[in-house]
Design a protein around this ligand. Sequence first.
Ligand SMILES: NC(=O)c1ccc[n+]([C@@H]2O[C@H](COP(=O)([O-])OP(=O)(O)OC[C@H]3O[C@@H](n4cnc5c(N)ncnc54)[C@H](OP(=O)(O)O)[C@@H]3O)[C@@H](O)[C@H]2O)c1
Length: 237
Amino acid sequence: MARLSGKKVVVIGGASGVGHAVGAAALAAGAEVVVGSSQAARIAAAAERLGHGTVGRTVDVRDEASVAAFFDAVGAFDHLVFTAGDWGHMFGPTGTLDIDASKARLEVRFWGAARAAKHALRHIVPAGSITLTGGMLAHRPMPGAPLTTASAQSTEGLAVGLARDLAPIRVNAVCLGLILSEQVQGMGEAAIKGYTAHLPLPRPGTTAEAAEAYLYLMQATYVTGQVVRVDGGASLV
Ligand SMILES: NC(=O)c1ccc[n+]([C@@H]2O[C@H](COP(=O)([O-])OP(=O)(O)OC[C@H]3O[C@@H](n4cnc5c(N)ncnc54)[C@H](OP(=O)(O)O)[C@@H]3O)[C@@H](O)[C@H]2O)c1
């Protein structure tokens, strides 16, 4: 029997990149898949690309009413994966921080994940799981971007705290290194090499390689409160 046969997997952020690859991997493992994101045309196209067994639904994780309505429409489900992210997230150096703008930049990745966890609760099965998404800047800070590191760590903190609070529902996070999503491809080859050439695995990861970690965490029935790094060994150098 397929690994996720009979399970319903919800991917918020599934219109593109890592979330889309998680949707494809879950479908291949036999799950029914719901993908959600904020732009109706993008999520409809994503659901069509994924094909039979997929439903696409619009949700804006910045808006709590939208998140509540999304989960009410989804109904009972087994696993939530949250990969929603906006890309204007580099906060910049301390001396020039715009504090209010910086707060707003936590709306999708951090507060969005908290809203999703809150409203998923009404419908997720007790044996279910939630997997959030963090990034390596949490562990490899760069000069000029302290809040970027703090915000990346906040997602991991949320996953660990939720694992205690929502048990027996399992909550984990995947911490991504540079993964070749459409967004990352847009950085250009030279920049990508600059970030990855020194790594033990000297290349960016594929979205399918990242998706494997989410599939693992859905099925790892004795694992909660953990952060799985998919980073080509970036943590080691
Ligand atoms: N790729 C990497 O190298 C990397 C590294 C570290 C961390 N990450 C993080 O991992 C996550 C996934 O990355 P990715 O490369 O797959 O990015 P991506 O392709 O841009 O995927 C992000 C998804 O989030 C959705 N989204 C954005 N705003 C939303 C909102 N307000 N409500 C609901 N959905 C929303 C987008 O669709 P719509 O536009 O339709 O809303 C999109 O499908 C992001 O949080 C990213 O920051 C990525």
